[in-house]
Ligand binder design. Structure first.
Ligand SMILES: [Zn+2]
Length: 103
């Protein structure tokens, strides 16, 4: 899930709400948040048990998926994942860096 650049710029200056934190979860897990947004993200998590639980659930899911071996998957699923990976790489190639990120 990606946050559009305008929203990212806006959240750089104020407290985040749950919806925004959920939208930033993937970027957080990938270490792609800028310093200021990351501070606000972490401040929200420290005060919001629901978002902290959601992040813990995402981390558990990522860890579980990482244990799946290629040969565990049916061929159709492997093909679909390859298509999604190509799309993701293409999107990342054109995506601007996060606000506040250092090059
Ligand atoms: Zn929250």
């Amino acid at each position: 899930m990606r946050l559009v650049a305008g929203v990212r710029h806006c959240v750089d200056r104020r407290r985040l709400v749950c919806r925004e934190v959920v939208e930033l979860m993937t970027d957080h897990l990938e270490g792609a948040l800028g310093r200021r947004v990351r501070r606000r993200f972490e401040a929200h998590l420290a005060a919001c048990a629901a978002c902290a639980a959601y992040l813990a659930q995402m981390r558990a899911t990522v860890a579980a998926v990482a244990r799946v071996q290629r040969h565990d998957l049916p061929g159709a699923v492997r093909d679909e994942l390859a298509v999604l990976a190509r799309r993701r790489r293409a999107l990342r190639a054109v995506r601007p860096p996060p606000a506040g990120a250092t090059p």
